[in-house]
Each structure stands twice: as structure tokens, then as C-alpha cells.
Design a protein around this ligand. Structure first.
Ligand code: PGA
Length: 256
């Protein structure tokens, strides 16, 4: 059975006090919920990683980073290494989020280097891919996804743990969610790529998350799709009640 991730990407939001309140409420409310194969995870700004991990330590909620340096160590002002994340007890990090690709010009090659440095430090990369609006309009979505997969996962072996997040860029923070059919079509394309490159067993057990304007009103229908194994959630993960609602939808989804 694949793991279902309900992953909250907080981006550059929240004060320390808000982090404390959110984690306290989340921890308490999850006590009454049987999660089965659902993994709730929070990806806070790096300055809160330690705080979140500590506050959530007796809970099923995992904490992960939003980004990592592709370098192991050295003169890279402002960057955080995979070994440093590991030393904080992190087990996940996002790589290649479209905001990193867009505002920091991150290429697939760089995303690939980041994924590899995480794997070398026993962290699981959550590798984000997705097409731009103009690429969808031109009908080249699958070409873009194929190139992102080929280049971002280059040299990563079938034995290594990865999570993929499909986030159509036009759906992020815009309120325009992909329809379940559109998302499923790309997810099944990604699953087929995994099958062709890593074999059936690996393809069957790799979680592929959808991201882009998820909210409780659209999440159930997305989760009903065969190849959607959870969500990477921005805006709707900032409010604890809405995040809990999304976790409950994950738990109630057909995969239980
Ligand atoms: P959104 O962000 O849910 O606010 O669209 C998703 C993401 O960027 O991961």
C-alpha cells in the first residue's frame, strides 16, 4: 500500500507564536484520528525546523525542509546543507518547487543534484515538477514532464526513496485547481515513467502527490483518482482547521 502524504508547504509564513499554536492544536486533534497509511507533514521555513520537530516529536506529524543546498559544505552564504537538515532530525525536503525554479532559476540539473545530496544523507527528496500555463496551452505538458523526470531523477536508483509532487504551475496559489481528470492523466503518465525506468514494484510503491490550490472542497475528488497519493498544500495548510480537514479527507479516501 502506498503512503498518502498530506504535506503542508508553509512557504515564508508564520511567526514563532503561530507555529506553537498550530502544532499544539494539530497534535491534540490528531490523537483521535486513526491515520493508517496517511502521513501528515509540515514543511516550515528553515528557522522553524528545529522548533517544529521538537513540538511535534510525540506525534505522527513529520517535518521537512522546503529546500536544501546542492553543495555538501563550504562558502555558500545563506544555504543549508543536507547534513545539517539530517542533524536536526529531518527526513524529507522539497526540491525543485516551482517558486525555486521561477525566482531562483533552478534547473532540472540543480534539482537533480539537490535530490542526490539529500539521498546521500538519508533524507527523502520530494521532487516537484509541473508545467507552465503556456506549456499546457501549447499542448506540450507531457514533453515538459518527461524532460523534468529524465533530468531531475537522472542517476537516482530504484532502491532510493523518493516522493514526486506534480504541481501544475498555473494552479499554484491561483485558485485554479487542475480537474481530477487533468491531474490523473499526468499522474498516470508519471507512474508509467516510474514503471519503465524502475520497474513495477517501485512504481506501485512511490507516492505521487498533487499540488496547486488544494482546499477541502476540491480535495476529495482529487483523492478519488487512482494515481493521486496525497497533496502538497500551500495556502490551505496555513490554517490548522483546514489542514486537519485535509488530513481527514486523506484518511477517508478510497485507499484505506
Ligand atoms: P497552493 O500552493 O496550495 O497555495 O496553491 C501549493 C504549493 O506551492 O505547493
Amino acid at each position: 500500500m502506498r503512503s498518502i502524504y498530506i504535506a503542508g508547504n508553509w512557504k515564508m509564513n508564520k511567526s514563532p507564536g503561530e507555529v506553537d499554536t498550530f502544532t499544539e492544536v494539530l497534535k491534540e486533534r490528531l490523537q483521535g484520528i486513526k491515520l493508517n497509511n496517511v502521513i501528515p507533514a509540515i514543511f516550515p521555513p528553515s528557522v522553524y525546523l528545529e522548533r517544529c520537530r521538537r513540538l511535534l516529536q510525540d506525534s505522527p506529524v513529520r517535518t521537512g525542509a522546503q529546500d536544501v543546498s546542492r553543495h555538501a559544505s563550504g562558502a555558500y552564504t545563506g544555504e543549508v546543507s543536507a547534513a545539517m537538515l539530517r542533524s536536526l532530525g529531518m527526513v524529507y525536503s522539497l526540491v525543485g518547487h516551482s517558486e525555486r525554479r521561477q525566482y531562483h532559476r533552478e534547473s532540472n540539473k540543480e534539482v537533480n543534484e539537490k535530490a542526490k545530496v539529500l539521498l546521500a544523507n538519508y533524507l527523502t527528496p520530494v521532487i516537484c515538477i509541473g508545467e507552465l500555463e503556456e506549456e499546457r496551452e501549447k499542448g506540450i505538458t507531457k514533453d515538459v514532464i518527461l524532460q523534468q523526470l529524465n533530468e531531475s531523477l537522472n542517476g537516482i536508483g530504484a532502491h532510493q526513496n523518493i516522493v514526486i509532487a506534480y504541481e501544475p504551475v498555473w494552479a499554484i496559489g491561483t485558485g485554479k485547481t487542475a480537474t481530477p481528470e487533468i491531474a490523473q492523466e499526468v499522474h498516470s503518465f508519471i507512474r508509467e515513467w516510474l514503471r519503465n525506468n524502475y520497474g513495477k514494484e517501485k512504481a506501485d510503491k512511490t507516492s505521487i502527490l498533487y499540488g496547486g490550490s488544494i482546499k477541502s472542497s476540491n480535495f476529495s475528488s482529487l483523492m478519488a483518482e487512482e494515481d493521486i497519493d496525497g497533496g502538497l498544500i500551500g495556502g490551505a495548510s496555513l490554517d490548522v482547521e483546514s489542514f486537519i480537514e485535509l488530513i481527514k479527507i486523506g484518511v477517508e479516501s478510497r485507499k484505506q
